[in-house]
Write a protein that binds this ligand. Sequence first.
Ligand SMILES: *Cc1c(COP(=O)(O)O)cnc(C)c1O
Length: 392
Amino acid sequence: MPLRNGKQFLMIPGPTNIPDEVLRAMHRPAVDIYEGPLLETTEACQRGLKRLFRTEGKPYIYAANGHGAWDAALSNTLCKGDKVLVLQSGLFATGWGEAAKLIGLDVEVLPAAWNEAVDPTRLAGRLQADTSHEIKAILVVQVDTASGVWNDIAALRKAIDAAGHPALFMVDTIASLGCLPFEMDAWGVDVALTGSQKGLMCPPGLSFVAANEKADKAHETANLRTNYMDWTFRKGEIHYQKYCGTPPEQMLFAFQKALELIFEEGLEKVWHRHALLAEATRRAVDIWSTEGAMSFNITDPRARSNSVTVLKFNGHDPQHLRDFTELTCGVTIGGTIGDSRGQGIRIAHMGHVNAVMLLGTLATIELGLSKLGIPHGKGGVQAATDYLAAAI
Ligand SMILES: *Cc1c(COP(=O)(O)O)cnc(C)c1O
């Protein structure tokens, strides 16, 4: 008996729920691209990006998804044949490495298991061995949406400094910006990038790159530059140069509204809301896992992300649970991807998510586990609400 008619929730790690205000902000006719209100929108978006990334560096806006931002970061700062070191932790850093290979970079992967964070000590060791400073850039994701890991970016920076290595430090914050703390300048990140459709609550289609002075310096000699991605052209005075052509106007209106929502709530409060909802999720999973049919993908509790929780199933097909929550109850939860495809679920608590949506999702999962006879400890939702009652 379907119970799905009502508000549908999309609890997958991107794209995420879009606030009605953001959708409405897009519902406007096109405007002039050389003068008028769009110029203010661009300024508001750039100011907002600096506040989000916590940087005095320069932000760039692309009509592209996250993959486009990867290309922009690499092509603007590196030369053909340069060596880049990819810090593996799930799926996405290696995906970025594949993009690097395709444009002629020499990619080395520092391997790590699918269930653990990047180890700063191993990074320091690899960099110390690179005495001739062949490695020109280090690529890492803050949160990997496939594995659910949360890498410690500040600790990785310390490892780079401890080795005295000059490589550019580039961080993908697509699944973390606007969800959990990120400090581009304080942590010494040279290039940071993100996308519109995860923590930033917008439709997919925009991505953002921020570059500090060191990255800008590297840009001067980079020879992989392309017309569309190029920072030099985008630094020009004329408004349309900032987009290398017609700006994605309605997307910008959406992003401007999303920034307003984030800063009205307060960025730290947004981080705290994510921390509370993520911990409530983990409390429920702790209880469900006691029967052995499921477990956290990330073994170290300190390395579990506040934006997505990834579970592995043992002996049961997670697809049945996902079908049940979506088709019978109206909430879509993520399946696992990459090497662990079909082996678990991903519960996103990312972006425009409140207690109702999260507790409703957890209760629906619990209902599904009972209905489908998947063994689980009873009282996961109770544990989540007990936690929140004490924490808020
Ligand atoms: C989603 C995601 C990407 C890919 O973004 P697209 O917009 O799909 O290109 C890259 N990195 C991370 C960490 C992600 O979560």
